[in-house]
Ligand binder design. Structure first.
Ligand SMILES: Cc1cc2nc3c(=O)[nH]c(=O)nc-3n(C[C@H](O)[C@H](O)[C@H](O)COP(=O)(O)O)c2cc1C
Ligand code: SF4
Ligand code: SF4
Length: 250
């Protein structure tokens, strides 16, 4: 069983790559919204969680999901695939800690470098570099798939609860994900797609324009895919990123 969280498609692509033929990964944000957090695992079935790295940690929604998750029986093998633009930092430890609180041991943490999607703090990966990054990622995912099939236990030192080390940046995620930073400009044509894409229902359409109605969101960049959406002045004049897998099917 493979769960994923994605803002701009990289982690969805990674989750799909690990699926058996005919299998679809489960959107954990959708499961949370629908209150579906209890799952039965088949005999010996692995549990996978695929998500991006944010501020050297994992998205708030992923921690919320891990906190609510109930799996029966407990997985014999649990792994995570963390997609990131450059550095995974303490993200695996943070997730391991949240799962450990539910009695789930994280046996392996894999990292895949994928294009940068953070138009707020950085410049997204230039188009001419993306194909090469995605080709390397596809190869890395093939190797990871084999490691998962072999139930390899690797890549993670799980520290005792409360002693987990994350990147010093992670506390800033809490303040930066306040939705007061978002606004929409006159390029908006009122299509409502940003609202549909928001994984945490932080937005609604009001008078033909998106409005942010929750105090905090996951800061996933799904709404920022549209050039009419801005985060203070930080995204002004910047290109936006979306993985080709979402262009074709979402
Ligand atoms: C708010 C935010 C913070 C991020 N922080 C990091 C980070 O600390 N390290 C890193 O390597 N990439 C970071 N990234 C880049 C994403 O992890 C990377 O592009 C990821 O593959 C996006 O996944 P998605 O397309 O599934 O949403 C960040 C992206 C966002 C939106
Ligand atoms: S901000 Fe963009 S995606 Fe959202 S309603 Fe306007 S045009 Fe559509
Ligand atoms: S408001 Fe935008 S950035 Fe925040 S979670 Fe929703 S789609 Fe993602």
């Amino acid at each position: 069983m493979i769960f994923y969280f994605t803002g701009t498609g990289n982690s969805y692509q990674a989750a799909r790559a690990l699926c058996a033929e005919g299998e679809e990964p489960l959107d954990l944000a959708k499961c949370l919204r629908e209150g579906r957090t209890a799952f039965d695992l088949k005999n010996g079935e692995a549990l996978g969680i695929v998500c991006p790295v944010y501020y050297g940690g994992v998205p708030s929604t992923v921690l919320e999901f891990a906190g609510a998750l109930q799996v029966s029986p407990l997985p014999e093998y649990c792994y995570t695939i963390l997609t990131c633009a450059s550095s995974v930092s303490g993200a695996a430890g943070l997730l391991a800690d949240a799962l450990a609180a539910k009695g789930i041991l994280l046996h392996a943490a894999y990292t895949v470098i994928m294009p940068e999607n953070d138009a707020v703090h950085y410049t997204i990966s230039p188009e001419e570099e993306r194909d090469a990054i995605l080709a390397d990622a596809a190869e890395a995912l093939r190797v990871i798939g084999r490691c998962v099939d072999e139930r390899r236990k690797l890549g993670l030192h799980i520290p005792p609860r409360g002693r987990m080390v994350t990147q010093a940046a992670y506390p800033y995620y809490e303040q930066d994900r306040e939705t007061r930073h978002f606004h929409v400009d006159d390029q908006c044509v009122g299509c409502g797609k940003c609202v549909e894409r928001c994984p945490v229902d932080a937005m609604v359409m009001e008078n033909g324009r998106p409005k942010w109605v929750k105090d905090k969101c996951a800061l996933c960049m799904a709404c920022v895919r549209c050039g009419a959406v801005h985060y203070d002045e930080a995204t002004r004049g910047k290109k936006r990123y979306v993985n080709p897998i979402l262009k074709s099917c979402h």
